[in-house]
Design a protein around this ligand. Structure first.
Ligand code: MG
Length: 398
């Protein structure tokens, strides 16, 4: 069963032309919307790609405006399934007919007709339309009309409620048996009814045949007005993910407890340091500051400053959390490893995780605290102190 996809890209897209400040569109840009860029790729190239990638699509024919040859060449990715573009006509229906005539050279069984302004068409909808053509002459993807439908007068005043019962929104690609559609479209051209057709499905219905409805996809929306471009850009926006690492060491000294990740653990020795020597919180603080390239704990809380003497290290971590937020990022996760022979960390890990999660405003599932020894090697192996290493990931807030 051979299937050709016809991508209709001959329109001028006048409704999308008026970009306003702040919408990411240049004002007074006359570029037709199908050649507008979305995250580095044109709308048209995005609309074509799912068809070239689909195993049941044998060929893609793109119908373009006669003035757009250069734009097309600049923005469309080369692919073995995509042939030379076909020039469109004065109306959408004429453009489609030109495409159908070009497709006739390949004698396809099915033809799928898709709007170039629907760049988020997915494989599933394409498959549903093609599969429906096994039993139907024509098939159109549709969606329920979820919003209340109201007629609004030219004066901007609400008029009557439109009954939603049985109303569904039609999308593309609309699929047809080729030998059904082409003669109907040729006949419409011959009797001059072609310009009055809203789409090819209507041509089929007008000719007395039925069109099946298959489930569409809300993502397969048509980029029509500038706000649609804003939404499309948001959908394609890549998350700004950054990672920071931290490392710290504190030596054992006199004392009867250590503080690790805000938890007081009785121990024969304490940790020495200017603050409470919480090597765990210091390391996490450094990882967070590193993720947003804001130096380290010593830059924000100089050890030479007496006000930090004996300080609860939660103060340092809370400030780092604030700095991350001020730089426009949210913490995604923290992973800390404490390296020591003693004290035993694992029994205290759940309490540490809860404390760090609380200080960072995170769900505890986003905090990992684990411990290891250094196999009695080095300073931690000789029980001279505790080392810690951490990684923190932050995500840009949109
Ligand atoms: Mg430290």
């Amino acid at each position: 069963m051979s299937t050709i996809a016809l991508i209709v890209a001959a329109g001028r897209g006048t409704r999308a032309l008026s970009g306003k400040a702040g919408q990411g569109l240049p004002p007074n840009d006359t570029t037709p919307k199908q050649y507008r860029m979305l995250a580095g790729q044109s709308v048209l190239a995005r609309a074509i790609a799912p068809f070239t990638a689909h195993p049941k699509i044998d060929r893609v024919i793109v119908v373009i405006h006669p003035d757009d040859g250069d734009e097309y060449a600049r923005h469309t990715l080369e692919h073995p399934k995509v042939g030379e573009p076909v020039m469109g006509g004065a109306t959408r229906a004429e453009s489609v007919l030109n495409g159908l005539r070009a497709a006739a050279a390949f004698s396809p069984e099915n033809i799928l007709i898709h709007d170039a302004a629907r760049p988020f068409i997915g494989k599933d909808v394409i498959s549903r339309v093609i599969n429906a053509l096994d039993v139907h002459q024509a098939a159109v993807p549709t969606l329920p009309a979820v919003d209340a439908m109201r007629r609004v007068g030219t004066d901007g005043i609400l008029a009557d409620v439109v009954d939603r019962e049985g109303i569904r929104r039609a999308q593309t690609p609309q699929g047809f048996r080729f030998t059904t559609l082409l003669p109907i479209m040729e006949a419409a051209a011959a009797n001059a009814t072609l310009p009055s057709l809203s789409d090819e499905a209507q041509a089929i219905i007008t000719a007395g045949q039925s069109v099946a409805s298959v489930e569409g996809d809300p993502m397969n929306f048509k980029v029509t007005i500038p706000e649609d471009f804003t939404m499309a850009e948001r959908l394609l926006a890549q998350p700004d993910i950054r990672t920071g690492q931290g490392y710290d060491v504190h030596a054992f000294g006199d004392g009867d407890h250590v503080v690790l990740c805000g938890i007081k653990i009785p121990h024969g020795r304490g940790l020495s340091g200017h603050s409470d020597a919480d090597v765990g919180l210091h390391t996490i603080t450094d990882a967070l500051l590193g993720a947003v390239a804001e130096g380290d704990i010593g830059r924000h809380f100089p050890p030479s400053d007496p006000q930090w003497k004996g300080m609860d290290s939660a103060v340092f971590l809370k400030r780092a959390v604030e700095i991350v937020s001020e730089r426009g990022y949210a913490i995604s996760n923290i992973d800390l490893t404490l390296i020591c022979e003693e004290p035993k960390v694992t029994p205290h890990a759940p309490a540490m995780i809860n404390r760090v999660a609380e200080l960072c405003g995170l769900d505890p599932s986003r905090v990992s605290i684990k411990a290891t020894t250094s196999e009695r090697l080095g300073f931690t192996g000789r029980r001279e102190g505790i080392a810690a290493t951490a990684v923190a990931t932050v995500i840009g807030k949109t």
